[in-house]
Design a protein around this ligand. Structure first.
Ligand code: NAG
Ligand code: NAG
Length: 417
């Protein structure tokens, strides 16, 4: 009893009642209680005190947290870290393709996230999507919350069916390898793919990879995803991910562990992107740039035409502390084979590349950052997909769009069972 009372220090009365009940109620109840306390402690770690709170129309709560109180600074190695408010350098050539980009849409449109409809965060704060109890409870365990479950990196050079068989993750991507890369950029249109099973997801992103595909793989990832398990809905959300050990002990989505340091007061990670593209209708795309600051060595991320989101400190990584050895762009879905057949979870727009602009999903103006901090068209782009009858990819090149590709598909169909 004494031990339980001390655990309950500072716990609300209702919780204390539960504590005492569990003593009488046997080990099953105690297990439930242990989980509840674990969830509560995890939420306290993630949800920092807010300067201002904004209720988003999609049900999210956005907390404006002082920039120096964000989860990153719980990291032991960040205790004495001097916050970088901006990168020392942007890559050269960054704004070269902007004229074509904005003229296509008839002017520069400001990036909108749904919560902006109800307010903005003050200066010196960062918007953080509040994690709710239900969010954590949907995960298989508190430890797994906010983290990828399997090795999910597409590995084009060894088209072994392992990738399909072991984890059920399928991809349709373009990639470059064999050089040293210091960043990557792309503009991708945004869709809301249909998800068959809540445990599945569909995402479109870029991967910046360091190391071989062993246990120490380093990865920085950013893009959009639909993940009912992670978010409790089918909304299309902005996300980032990082790991320095092939998804084992390090890394997470967004700010769900300490690592990424956010500086933007405009953009919330994990927030709903709005508006999204319609089949045969208006097309909306987002631009993502991730690059290594040549002075400080940190990996920065920029969203849209100049929203610098923040950075991953160099020391989080081993290989990526130097440079990346591979860059990938494209889509990924989980195929859990519900009913013993291929999932009908869509990738991208849910339509094949042949359908082209307005119907298929695309990445355009894909670029890499070279050793001289210049944005360049990637050389020797490869394309990869495990089952092109389910999800496919088609590379192209044009004046306006530079290197681009269409990708995606419906999953289950007469040629993909
Ligand atoms: C942080 O700085 C303090 C005082 O300068 C020092 O005692 C401490 O060891 C430092 N901690 C880390 C993790 O570097
Ligand atoms: C998400 O979409 C699926 C259909 O694809 C639907 O069955 C499910 O109810 C939706 N979930 C939510 C939370 O809206």
């Amino acid at each position: 009893m004494a031990a339980h009372v001390s655990v309950g220090h500072g716990v609300p009365a209702a919780m204390l009642v539960l504590l005492f009940l569990s003593c009488a109620g046997g080990s099953a109840a105690a297990g439930g209680l242990k989980q509840r306390l674990e969830v509560r402690k995890h939420l306290e770690r993630l949800n920092k005190p807010a300067v201002k709170t904004i209720q988003s129309p999609d049900g999210d709560i956005i907390d404006c947290v002082h920039v120096s109180h964000q989860p990153a600074f719980d990291h032991p190695l960040l205790k004495n870290h001097t916050l970088q408010l901006r990168p020392s350098f942007h890559p050269e050539g960054l704004y070269d393709d902007d004229k074509t980009a904005s003229s296509r849409k008839g002017g520069k449109s400001p990036i909108s996230q749904m919560w902006h409809l109800n307010g903005r965060c003050p200066e010196d704060t960062v918007p953080i999507r509040r994690t709710k109890k239900e969010d954590v409870l949907r995960a298989s365990s508190v430890k797994r919350f906010g983290r990828k479950r399997h090795r999910t990196i597409p590995r084009p050079e060894s088209v072994d069916l392992d990738i399909v068989d072991q984890s059920g993750h399928e991809h349709a991507i373009a990639y470059v390898e064999g050089d040293k890369y210091y960043g990557a950029k792309a503009t991708m249109n945004v869709w809301q793919p249909r998800i068959q099973q809540s445990s599945e997801f569909s995402l479109s992103q870029l991967w910046i990879l360091g190391g071989s595909f062993g246990q120490d793989l380093n990865s920085i990832e950013a893009g959009w995803l639909v993940s009912p398990d992670l978010y409790g809905d089918n909304n299309t959300r902005l996300f980032t991910y990082w790991t320095s050990d092939a998804y084992q002990a390090t890394g997470c989505y967004n700010l769900l562990c300490s690592g990424f340091i956010q500086v933007s007061s405009d953009i919330a990670m994990g927030a709903t992107i709005y508006p999204i593209s319609g089949y045969g209708g208006s097309q909306y795309d987002i631009s993502i740039l991730v690059w290594k600051d040549p002075k400080e060595g940190n990996w920065w991320m920029q969203f849209g035409n100049g929203y610098v989101l923040g950075y991953w400190p160099s020391f989080l990584f081993s290989y990526l502390a130097d440079s990346a050895s591979m860059v990938e762009w494209g889509g990924e879905v989980v195929n859990s084979e519900p009913d013993g057949e291929h999932t009908s979870t869509q990738m991208g727009s849910g339509h094949f590349p042949e359908e082209g602009f307005g119907r298929s999903s695309y990445f355009r103006n894909i670029q890499v950052v070279d050793g001289s901090n210049n944005l360049r068209n990637p050389k020797g782009i490869g394309a990869f997909t495990e089952q092109s009858n389910c999800y496919d990819v088609q590379n192209g090149h044009s004046g306006d769009w530079g290197s681009f590709f269409y990708y995606g598909g419906p999953g289950k169909n007469p040629n993909c069972q």
